[in-house]
Design a protein around this ligand. Sequence first.
Ligand SMILES: [Zn+2]
Length: 148
Amino acid sequence: MHHHAPATVTFSISEAPFRAVYHMSAFIGDGVPNFDIYTAAGAATDMLVRTPALGRVLAQTVGGAPAALMRGHGAVVAGESLAQVVSRSFYMELNARIQLDAIRLGATVHYLHPEEARLATRNLGGYERAWELWKREAPRPPGNRKAR
Ligand SMILES: [Zn+2]
């Protein structure tokens, strides 16, 4: 999945580490890779992944990680289901906002310890509980107003 969530973009352009700050985003752990299209292309681009070669570098950057930032663009998120990638995208953005708020407080930020992140990630699974709620509450498109 690909998104342009704004607080996530903030971390893509900063050398401040993007790390898990709470349990719902524990999959971020000690951080995710950051794809720099300028470095990948070896020259300036329009910031879009338009060639198979750039797509390969992006995929290699993600590797086995649950997500990667894309400098000045957004992020890509990997997962085993639609529910998991949508949920990871949602909580990735919330993590970025919470982390930015904590940094603005000006005191030391206490990130999840690696073992906390590992244990919490195991509990998150595919975010089935949140996904079922979101599906029930999502607005229905016009012309499809039947009860679920
Ligand atoms: Zn995009």
